[in-house]
Ligand binder design. Structure first.
Ligand code: HEM
Length: 500
């Protein structure tokens, strides 16, 4: 392998690239592709990050050398207050044990029972629309994805953000979004690095069991959880966490007391056992449930919103999707229909390419490591920018063009393995990827069967650079025209009515 050059992206100010990322994220990412190519650096305030930006380097970082890295402490600090040590944020033995226990639950063969929850949530959502009404598609897809999460996790049918639990999660997510832009939190995590560096220098890290080592470990541990200063936001967050704790504890207790007959994820987590035959503790169950809720609904909602936005701007693609959906004959799609919904899946995948909901993920080197033939010290931070890789013209010709057919099986086969990474890669790849790839086409088909969504304005919508996921900034207002009959149903026409 040759050694690619590595330079800091130009334009860094006193806060590095933070200001540009917050104001014009897509142009910064395009600039990164142009100026840095396979390898480069960005700076977030005082922290420099090495960005790997080619499929082979992504494979090296996330797959081949995964053992030399841990996830970012900053992201952990941001999410820890409400998801604790769930699968997304945990590390080491705890993560390995939990991943092993949870993997079978998310095996594609075990997900079919959740399809009704997906089509049901989409149907209920459309049923609340009046024909001709303007809806914010990103809010509607959040309602759908939250409801899917509520049903599949807890077996609650009518769950949405108006529910007390949904409201508490929305507050906690808003807090995490704001924390993601907080220089205070970044500084705190940096301080934890400083403490560890000094401890290494003084060799305290090698003094197992001493008071100095305990003090250092305690300080580092404390600095990796956010220090919540008094104020309105903090009290809102504390109230939200109290609601989450109370409701989840009650659901676990109720389910234990009942015969645990429901086939939802809570039951599956409750009956799961590790290799030694031990069940999860209540604290761990709570952390996993909230992790799945957050990781599962926010990302999928964002992807679906972009899919409707892109379809509305590409009438040919919409027409092709409509004719595929019409083939269902007006029935609600089931998992058995998924092979017939190949174009719906391709639309969803292309939306994930153009607007990857997780726009950035990070790793920290735990030991001296070589990446791209270069030596890096422990503590070096590495980042992956899926949007940038998904817009490298080498693997994605005309990258700004929406073209679902890029995801045909033969083209997928011909591309390097890690040129498409909306779900990450390697041991920490998204555990819910098959779940999302089922929910996406089923929800798209169910909505297209019932309504046509027309954009209210030709304005280009941009991703929100400060939100936790790549949400559409300012929402996506669209007029919902309900069909007089379900698309493809007997005596159907594709006419859309203005009233219902
Ligand atoms: C379109 C939808 C989704 C996208 C784009 C997405 C994206 C991602 C990405 C990029 C990661 C890896 C982050 C990293 O390596 O640092 C991840 C991890 C994870 N995702 Fe997803 N996700 C989606 C849906 C879901 C769903 C539906 C669930 C659960 C029901 C879920 C649960 C998780 C969990 C638990 C992890 C942590 C896995 C681990 O570290 O072992 N995600 N997701």
């Amino acid at each position: 392998m040759t050694t690619p050059s590595m330079s800091m992206l130009t334009g860094a100010t006193a806060l590095g690239h933070v200001a540009e990322l917050r104001s014009t994220p897509l142009s910064l990412l395009e600039r990164f592709n142009r100026e840095c190519g396979d390898l480069g650096q960005l700076r977030f305030a005082y922290q420099s990050v090495v960005i790997v930006n080619s499929p082979s380097l992504v494979g090296e970082l996330l797959v081949e050398k995964a053992r030399s890295f841990r996830k970012s402490r900053f992201i952990r600090a941001m999410l820890h207050p409400f998801v604790g040590d769930g699968l997304f944020t945990s590390e080491g033995d705890l993560w390995r044990r939990q991943r092993k226990v949870m993997a079978p639950i998310f095996h594609p063969g075990n997900l079919g029972t959740f399809a009704d929850a997906m089509t049901g949530a989409a149907t209920r959502c459309v049923d609340t629309w009046r024909s001709g009404q303007v809806v914010d598609v990103s809010r509607e897809t959040t309602r759908i994805a939250m409801s899917v999460a509520g049903t599949t996790l807890f077996g609650i049918d009518t769950f949405d953000e108006a529910d007390e639990l949904g409201e508490a999660l929305t507050v906690a997510l808003r807090w995490a979004s704001e924390a993601s832009a907080s220089l205070g939190l970044l500084g705190q995590v940096e301080l934890s690095f400083g403490v560890r560096r000094v401890a290494r220098w003084l060799r305290i890290d090698q003094q197992e069991g001493t008071r100095a080592r305990r003090l250092v470990d305690g300080a580092v541990e404390r600095l990796e959880r956010p220090i919540l200063l008094p104020g309105r936001r903090t009290s809102e967050l504390r109230r939200a966490i109290a609601v989450l704790d109370e409701r989840v504890a009650r659901m676990i207790a109720d389910r234990r007391a009942s015969a645990m007959e429901r086939p939802d994820l809570l039951t599956r987590l409750l009956v799961s056992r590790d290799e030694q035959g031990r069940p999860m503790s209540d604290r761990q169950l709570r952390d996993e449930i909230l992790t799945l809720f957050v990781a599962g609904h926010e990302t999928t909602a964002t992807a679906l919103a972009w899919a409707f936005y892109l379809l509305a701007r590409h009438p040919d693609a919409l027409a092709r999707l409509e004719s595929e959906v019409a083939e269902l004959g007006g029935r609600l799609p089931t998992p058995a229909d998924l092979p017939r919904l190949g174009y719906a899946l391709a639309v969803f995948k292309e939306s994930l390419r153009m607007y990857p909901p997780v726009p950035y993920y990070e790793r920290e080197a735990l030991e001296p490591v070589e990446i791209a033939n270069r030596a890096f010290a422990p503590g070096t931070y590495f980042g992956v920018l899926p949007w940038a890789i998904h817009h490298r013209a080498d693997w994605w010709p005309e990258p700004r063009r929406f073209d679902p057919l890029r995801h045909s099986p033969d083209l997928e086969e011909a591309r390097p393995r890690y040129a498409y990474i909306p779900f990450g890669a390697g041991p920490r790849v998204c555990i819910g990827n098959h779940f999302a790839l089922m929910e996406g086409p089923l929800v798209l088909a169910t909505i297209v069967q019932r309504a046509r969504l027309v954009p209210e304005s030709p304005r280009e919508v941009l991703p929100d650079p400060v939100a936790l996921t790549f949400r559409p900034l300012g929402g996506i207002p669209m007029r919902a025209h309900l069909r007089s009959r379900l698309l493809g149903s007997p005596r159907s026409d594709s006419a859309v009515s203005e009233s219902r």
